[in-house]
Design a protein around this ligand. Structure first.
Ligand code: RFL
Ligand code: PHB
Length: 391
């Protein structure tokens, strides 16, 4: 088999890259370990930045999102029994969209398949070869048969646990990371919305986030121990904590419903530098991870593949490798700012049992500052709606 760009992983990064390449007349094959059904039903992110919304619309992927997604012009920070609105639109002129990651995935898969794009699902034993040469290959098993895919370039879009990053020679890369003593217990709930906008709540019992998927399905998260077991979280305990952590002095109360799904995720910050080696380019979670508090992960994946698609476009139209050589440097400037923001939102809003009384007072001052100073609220807002995407 032969293609111009071999793409490993059909998450937002890999699928969008193949679409953006197709629009420039560049061929690709996407190799995905899981089934189509699985990637189209895994519950993950929900917030799209203004730049992500614009990119999806500009490339013909936004039709269902604009119909079914919900535009939000602000968010609420809640602590000490009071809510404070951060007005994104007034502070930055920009908005965000609540539209689930698996819906974005469904839309891109459909567009790719309708355009005759090749996505091979349930591939096994993917290995990368000849990264230093101008003709790298990807070997894998498909339908039980061994296959070799010859490419000009390989895009490693296979997430944090994929095989592309480990194929980089360790001596030429540096990994930066930080873990947090926090996990998120996420639930899907069949209930009406309790609030028009997302609520990020700090409480001495821990962080809580009230998000949404539709008028009838809500997404909620609770800070928990990252090693906690779901068996410790019967529904009544989840509701008790959600109510306690989101309560307001005016008697507002979260609407309950049937919990249909529960999971626990650990929080981590991670960056590998550089994000490329020879003919291999990493994009999205394969290269960097952020804790979900800033809602940045999927948006970073989108920004990376936008840069990569432009750089590959340059190569195929003019033969110039200049932008490809600068790919990692271009992405990392924005990646590190998203790292900073995600770290800051996480430490601002979570309760650390080991924090000193001094640190807890300082944290409350930080919350008070960001909700009372227009300058501070603007820095939160401009990061949340997304810093400019660079070329
Ligand atoms: P993905 O989505 O992990 O996709 C990688 C794909 O590669 C496949 N794969 C392989 N395929 C072939 N061979 C192999 N050896 C393979 N190994 C892996 C996998 O099956 C998978 O299909 O990476 P990508 O495309 O970089 O996208 C990243 C995003 O998924 C991620 O950053 C976001 O979900 C993070 N995130 C959020 N991001 C946002 O922008 N806004 C949010 O509101 C937001 N909320 C969240 C989140 C992540 C969360 N979790 C579950 C950690 C909320 C949560 C709870
Ligand atoms: C979500 O709706 O899943 C969501 C929203 C905001 C975040 C993280 C996740 O910061």
């Amino acid at each position: 088999m032969r293609t111009q760009v071999g793409i490993i992983g059909a998450g937002p990064a890999g699928l969008l890259l193949s679409h953006l390449l197709h629009l420039q007349g560049i061929s690709s094959v996407v190799l995905e370990a899981r089934s189509r059904k699985e990637i189209e039903s895994t519950i993950r992110a929900g917030v799209l930045e203004q730049g992500t919304i614009d990119l999806l619309n500009d490339t013909g992927l936004g039709e269902r999102m604009m119909r079914e997604g919900a535009i939000h012009t602000g968010t609420e920070l809640r602590f000490a029994g009071q809510g404070h609105r951060i007005d994104f639109l007034a502070l930055t002129g920009k908005k965000i969209m609540l539209y689930a990651q698996h819906e974005v995935i469904k839309d891109i898969v459909k567009a790719r398949l309708e355009a005759g794009g090749e996505i091979l699902f349930e591939v096994e034993n993917v290995t990368l070869h000849g990264l230093e040469s101008s003709a790298p290959t990807i070997r894998f098993r498909y339908d039980g048969e061994p296959v070799e895919l010859q490419c000009d370039f390989i895009a490693g879009c296979d997430g944090y646990h994929g095989v592309a990053r480990p194929a980089l020679p360790a001596s030429m890369h540096t990994e930066y990371q930080r873990s947090y003593p926090f996990g998120w217990l996420g639930v899907l709930v069949e209930a009406p919305r309790s609030s028009e906008e997302l609520i990020y709540a700090y409480h001495p019992r821990g962080f809580a986030l009230i998000s949404t998927r539709s008028v009838t399905v809500q997404r909620m998260y609770l800070q928990c121990d990252p090693h906690d077991d779901l068996a410790n979280w019967p529904d009544h305990r989840i509701w008790e904590e959600l109510h306690a952590r989101t309560e307001l002095n005016d008697g507002w109360r979260l609407k309950e419903g049937r919990i249909t799904q529960k999971n626990i995720v650990a929080m981590r910050s991670f960056v590998t530098e550089p994000m490329q080696y020879g003919r291999l380019f990493l994009a999205g979670d394969a290269a960097h991870i952020v804790p979900p508090t800033g809602a940045k992960g999927m948006n970073l994946a989108v920004a990376d593949v936008r840069v990569l698609s432009h750089a590959l476009g340059d190569y195929y139209t003019s033969g110039s490798s200049d932008r490809l050589e600068r790919y990692s440097a271009i992405c990392l400037r924005r990646v590190w700012k998203a790292q900073r923001f995600s770290w800051w939102m996480t430490t601002l809003l979570h309760h650390d049992d080991n924090a000193s009384p001094y640190d807890l007072r300082r944290q409350l001052a930080d919350l008070d500052y960001v909700t009372s100073s227009r300058a501070a609220a603007t820095t939160l807002a401009e990061n949340y709606v997304g810093l400019p995407m660079e070329d």
